[in-house]
Design a binder for this molecule. Structure first.
Ligand code: DAH
Length: 357
């Protein structure tokens, strides 16, 4: 038992105060502990009051003991105050926390998950941007066409062997009109030229993206439903050099300077001369693989100088105007740009594929 002053056991009091302070979980509790052990009505204050009845010698030594006890109690409380305040602050921060990185489960936030554009749509937009940058406008045309637009005006008369190249899904056969799902975007050329003649708005510098359909069996490079971007320039004095320049500029802008392209002589009824446009296969870098049928090249489309017979068909004088046209596969462009070995992946809707773009 320690020193007793005015019936207060001082050591016991200091210990009790320290224990109470350590048990305090908030500043409010700690302030109550402070009032209880150091306040006017505390035992310590009572012991202080008892000093008055002591003789001078005893008062001096008891006073020193009481002061030392007060300092010890104050220190114990101060030490605990630091901890209590830190704990209160972090509790407050925790309660106030706004975690901007938190992923809210979609089933809680909304039953609908936000998606993004499919890689084909992204590719179409990028291709449009490249051509807009070169001064082209973007035009649209119907996916269902009559025989005139899809074939005849493009210099492909009935029973012409070239129709075999575009075997299609017929919606109506013969009377009153043959109607097909368009096999290419070339019929939009006819719409644009007829409109330009009717409205007297030649020249034309346009690209025409859209969906096309062919009775093809899907494989690594073919889909029965696919996309093309058609290009048409009708102006005075156009030559094959203008066509080659546009294609070269496009290749560099879209695929980058290290991709080579080539034009190979070909036949299309609506262009003369005609060419096939090919780039180095990006899957095998020209080595030869399954995707490019071991050739090292991938055909992206056709092109050529608009055949005078086509200009005649729409009422444009081939002596005054000439032009060139091209038609590229959008899906093929996406395939080569992103090195997609098998084009069927584009339409299988496997999210592990779709979410990569
Ligand atoms: N329409 C052709 C096809 O789908 C591609 C084509 C070739 C388009 C030559 C053109 C062109 O505009 O001039 O096979």
């Amino acid at each position: 038992m320690g020193e007793v002053i005015g019936s207060v056991d001082i050591d016991h009091l200091v210990l009790a105060a320290a224990t109470a302070a350590q048990g305090a979980t908030s500043r409010t509790v700690l302030e109550a502990v402070e009032a209880e052990f150091l306040g006017k009505r505390s035992e310590l204050a009572g012991a202080h009051r008892s000093l008055g009845s002591m003789d001078e010698q005893a008062r001096k030594s008891a006073g020193a003991v009481l002061n030392a006890a007060r300092v010890q109690i104050q220190q114990a409380i101060e030490e605990c105050r630091v901890g209590v305040e830190a704990a209160e602050r972090s509790a407050l921060l925790e309660a106030d926390r706004l975690d901007l990185t938190e992923v809210v489960s979609s089933s809680i936030a909304s039953p609908v998950r936000r998606g993004h554009q499919h890689v084909i749509s992204q590719t179409q937009a990028e291709l449009e941007d490249v051509f807009i940058g070169m001064g082209f406008t973007v035009a649209d045309g119907p996916e269902v066409e009559t025989d005139w637009f899809n074939f005849e005006a493009l210099n492909i008369p009935p029973a012409h062997p070239a129709r075999g190249m575009w075997d299609t899904f017929y919606l109506e056969l013969g009377e009153p009109e043959t109607v097909v799902l368009r096999t290419h975007t070339s019929p939009v050329q006819i719409h644009l030229m007829e409109d330009a003649v009717a409205n007297d708005t030649l020249p034309i510098h346009a690209v025409m993206p859209g969906r096309c359909f062919r009775r093809d069996t899907p494989d690594a490079r073919h889909l029965h439903t696919f996309h093309q971007i058609e290009g048409l320039v009708i102006d005075r004095g156009m030559t094959f050099v203008d066509l080659a320049g546009v294609i070269q500029t496009f290749t560099t802008a879209y695929f980058g300077a290290d991709i080579s392209s080539r034009l190979r002589p070909a036949f299309f009824p609506f262009t003369e001369p005609s060419a096939e446009y090919e780039i180095t296969c990006t899957i095998c870098h020209g080595e030869g693989c399954r995707t490019c049928s071991q050739t090292g090249w991938i055909e992206l489309g056709g092109c050529g100088m608009v055949d005078p017979a086509v200009l005649h068909a729409v009422g444009i004088d081939p002596e005054e105007y000439s032009g060139f046209a091209f038609g590229f596969g959008i899906d093929r462009c996406a395939q080569m740009r992103h090195q997609i070995a098998d084009m069927r992946a584009l339409v299988e809707n496997d999210l592990r594929f779709v979410e990569q773009f």
